[in-house]
Design a protein around this ligand. Structure first.
Ligand code: 13P
Length: 253
């Protein structure tokens, strides 16, 4: 059985006050008794990670970084290493989010470097994949997501390195647009991704969580999570509203 994950990517949103309020509401909504069915993770902006650690320590909610550096440490102004995230008890890190790829020029090669360093440090990478609208319309969805996934798979020396990997399929055209992939469209890609990982490590593929991201809301969460290869969601906008995010979290029951 794969324990579903409901993750909130806050992107570049929040103030000290709004973060405190959001975390308090989530903490109240996710008690140890109610978190058996799914795991909740939040990804605050890096500067709010210490505040998040302080607020969530002792609660069943986990947290992680939205990004990490391509280097272990040194003269890299503005960067945050995997080891630094771990110091603040992050367990997870997003790797290769489409906004990193499109707006900050992150190539597959950069994504692979970050993936490896995160993993070596002991973080669980959530590798984000997805096609643009043009790529989908041109019929290139399979090609694009497999290219992004294979970049990581092909250079793995020890298959066990994949055992902590989580995937997030986030079609770029569905992010922040209010236009979600249909459950069938998402399922088709999730199944493809699982089959691809199975070529390298069948037992790991079976256990690997694949999250869907792109305009997940309380109103569409149920039908997406009902699909056999959708193991939860990576939620952007709707994760900033505690009530809606909790509704999404509880809808996976
Ligand atoms: P939205 O839920 O706002 O579409 O964002 C999805 C996303 O990019 C999560 O990483």
């Amino acid at each position: 059985m794969r324990k579903p994950i409901i993750a909130g990517n806050w992107k570049m949103h929040g103030t000290r006050a709004s973060v405190a309020e959001l975390l308090a509401a989530l903490k109240q909504g996710v008690t140890s008794a109610s978190n058996d069915h799914a795991e909740m993770i939040v990804f605050p902006p890096a500067i709010f990670i210490p505040q998040t650690e302080q607020a969530l320590t002792g609660s069943p909610i986990h947290w992680g970084g939205q990004n990490t550096a391509t280097e272990i440490g040194g003269a890299f102004t503005g960067e945050i290493s995997a080891a630094m995230l771990l110091e603040f008890k992050c367990q997870y890190v997003l790797i290769g989010h489409s906004e990193r790829r499109a707006l900050y020029g992150e190539t597959d090669a950069i994504t692979v470097k970050k993936f490896n360093l995160a993993q070596q440090a002991g973080l669980q990478p959530i590798l984000c994949l997805g096609e643009t609208l043009e790529e989908r319309q041109a019929g290139h969805t399979r090609h694009v997501v497999l290219r992004q996934l294979d970049a990581v798979l092909k250079q793995i020396s020890d298959i066990q390195q994949l055992s902590h990997m989580i995937l997030a399929y986030e079609p770029v055209w569905a992010i922040g647009t209010g236009l979600n992939a249909t459950p069938e469209q998402a399922q088709e890609v999730h199944e493809l991704l699982r089959e691809q990982v199975a070529k390298y490590a069948p037992s790991i593929a079976e256990k690997m969580r694949i999250l869907y991201g792109g305009s997940v809301k309380a109103a569409n969460a149920n039908s997406l999570f009902a699909m056999p290869d959708i193991d939860g969601g990576l939620v952007g906008g709707a994760s900033l509203n505690a009530q809606e995010f909790l509704q999404i979290y509880h809808s996976i029951n």
